[in-house]
Design a protein around this ligand. Structure first.
Ligand code: DOR
Ligand code: ZN
Length: 347
């Protein structure tokens, strides 16, 4: 049977949420990933070092015994952030990056940043102390067409790059050819994460033949040409593009309603689905670098020691997953995935 071995990957963009959600989100991630960059858009957002520390402890409490999983924590940037918190977060080693959400741009982004200009002292401090900036790259201008919000934001990002040329930036969950080109044309200090749902789906999957609320995420799925550009970037072997799932659980009641939340849950099958995409494009040999090396290198982390094995054996994703009192429809619900984790087959 066909098998592939990989250095245990890192998920460089993950929403674990909190409370009861951690009981499922943490074991799902820890099975597949040795480390993950944990998003701070909780309610209220994670804006202080004490909140970072407490959240990290809540996550670690749910790591299954015998499993190594390191949550790499992030700070949520508001306009009240201070250079001291940035400096202290970096110096303590507790914080791996800070996340910029333009205000209101996505789930729990209400407390985000209204003016990049006003944040310059923070970005200068991050540049000076070497803390990474993670960017939700969409304009929050509601008059801009939702399909153009990433492209338009890149103009703002250019100004920030020019003002802080040594700031290390990860453009998160890119969705367009424009973002791929932007990263390639800024070779210094710039990288991007690519989700598995943006590799697997385009806006026809979301909108054609009936609206699919479980495919609604932000940035929204784009045209097929953009999906193709993301696939090309992911399998290119360019170390500036690496794995970040943006897996984000939302209960069915929050998705199947008049104003549904953005977010797709993929942590239950993430590496298996990336393997499926890479295989479909004859690029399985590129998967390990994308999933296990390039992200770590950009973050200045050592390679993970553990190995995972994927086996070419199909399994069917459940229709629903139970999260405490909530139930959720995961990515690929009731569909077959060609690759299994060897550890799942042993269970
Ligand atoms: O689809 C998304 N869900 N995109 C985001 O930017 C946030 C995330 C979430 O927090 O649920
Ligand atoms: Zn996210």
């Amino acid at each position: 049977m066909k098998k592939i071995k990989l250095i245990k990957p890192d998920d460089m963009h993950l929403h674990l949420r909190d409370a009861i959600y951690l009981k499922q989100t943490v074991p799902d991630a820890a099975k597949r990933f040795a480390r993950a960059i944990i998003m701070p858009n909780l309610k209220p957002p994670v804006t202080s070092l004490s909140a970072v520390m407490a959240y990290k402890q809540r996550i670690l409490a749910e790591v299954p015994e015998g499993t190594y999983f390191e949550p790499l924590m992030t700070l949520y940037l508001t306009e009240e952030m201070t250079p001291e918190i940035i400096r202290e977060g970096r110096a303590s080693g507790l914080v791996s990056a800070a996340k910029l959400y333009p205000a209101g741009v996505t789930t729990n982004a209400e407390s985000g940043v209204k003016s990049i200009e006003r944040m310059m002292p923070i970005f200068r401090e991050m540049e000076a102390c070497g803390l990474l900036l993670l960017v939700h790259g969409e304009t929050s201008d509601p008059t801009i067409d939702i399909f153009d919000r990433e492209k338009i934001f890149l103009e703002e990002l250019s100004k920030l790059v020019a003002a802080c040329p040594n700031l290390r930036i990860v453009l998160e969950h890119i969705t367009t050819r424009d973002a791929v080109d932007f990263v390639i044309s800024h070779p210094k200090n710039m990288a991007a994460t690519i989700t598995v749902h943006h590799l697997l789906l385009n806006r026809n999957d979301l909108l054609s033949g009936g609206v699919k609320p479980h495919y609604y995420c932000l940035p929204i799925l784009k045209r097929q040409v953009h999906q193709q550009a993301l696939i090309t970037a992911a399998i290119s072997g360019d170390p500036r593009f690496f794995l970040g799932t943006d897996s984000a659980p939302h209960a069915i009641s929050q998705k199947e309603c008049a104003s549904g939340c953005a977010g797709i849950y993929s942590a239950h099958a993430a590496i298996e689905l990336y393997a499926q995409v890479f295989e479909a494009h004859n690029a399985l040999d590129k998967l390990e670098n994308f999933a296990s090396r390039y992200g770590a290198a950009f973050y200045g982390l050592p390679e993970n020691k553990e190995i995972i094995t994927l086996v070419k054996r199909p399994w069917r994703v459940p229709k629903h997953m139970i999260f405490g009192e909530a139930s959720l429809v995961p990515l690929y619900a009731d569909q077959e995935i060609g690759w299994s984790l060897a550890t799942d087959l042993e269970e």
